[in-house]
Design a protein around this ligand. Sequence first.
Ligand SMILES: C[S@@+](CC[C@H](N)C(=O)[O-])C[C@H]1O[C@@H](n2cnc3c(N)ncnc32)[C@H](O)[C@@H]1O
Length: 300
Amino acid sequence: MDSRAPLPDAKLAAPRGADRGEFVDFLPVPTADIDSVSPTVPFMPTLYHRVVDRATWEWREFRNPSRPSFVQEELDHALLHEVAWSPGERVLDVGCADGRYMSLLRDRGVCVRGVDRSASAVARARAGGHEALVASGDNLPFDRGTFDTVLCHRTLYLFTDPQAVISEFHRVLVEGGRVVFSGSNCASPYARVQAQALANSAGENWAIGNRWSIGEWCRAFAVRGFRVGDIYSCNLVWPLVYRVCDQWLIPNEWMRRYNRFVRRVTRTPIRGARPLGAAMDYVAEVIKKPAAHDRNAITS
Ligand SMILES: C[S@@+](CC[C@H](N)C(=O)[O-])C[C@H]1O[C@@H](n2cnc3c(N)ncnc32)[C@H](O)[C@@H]1O
């Protein structure tokens, strides 16, 4: 293939381990890029691509250490592969930003709409073909019972009034609908560094609004008419302080392997009924109880 020729549509290689149902590297390798790296050396391009890919990845993590990729991967795995999503399911992504997760869910046949407080983020989501509105999670512009699922990924900690948010989620969900949300272990070094970074650069959409743990969120949802379902404890690595002076000391790949090693040795499944204290991040599902069965149902 002529390396200067325009690339064909990128086909995505199947993630490693996907067919065995185990945890997979979430970033698939575009095979078109691999093919185009060097037309003369048939076996080297894959290796070359991987080395360059890994080097740029580590460099990016080094320069922007608040988003370690190994953390992101297992969280994405829980959210997109462990949590069940059905084609046609009506999902509201609260804090949708530029629509990254809306795109990933749309690929699964989910009917997803988004809201975000940031007008520029919503404009980017719309540019990606998504139905998104500028709105706050504590005042949603939708009728009662509009959605089967509310997704709130990496956003709950920004809300200053968690009770108002829970009421709104309850209102816009159908009976039996669910909230899928994620949160960090507030005691982990990662969450502390993040909180400090946010406190230093408190912007319009990024000031920390609450420091509720995943347990506190689950209890608050339970009090307001939800049943707590599965909890996915991700990244069993927080007892290892892996950063010093806000710089990466341990490469992502080692952390990724360490995480898998801990999981294998301790035989700890990702899914459970309770959040594990050793995890850095969680994804949780809470299900709206039918009003007849719920004396605490929100009637407003
Ligand atoms: C950390 S980002 C997460 C974005 C996306 N969910 C993800 O995981 O990539 C948090 C997003 O929440 C948005 N946000 C902050 N406060 C909000 C609010 N009260 N209502 C809706 N979105 C809000 C921010 O603008 C930002 O796009």
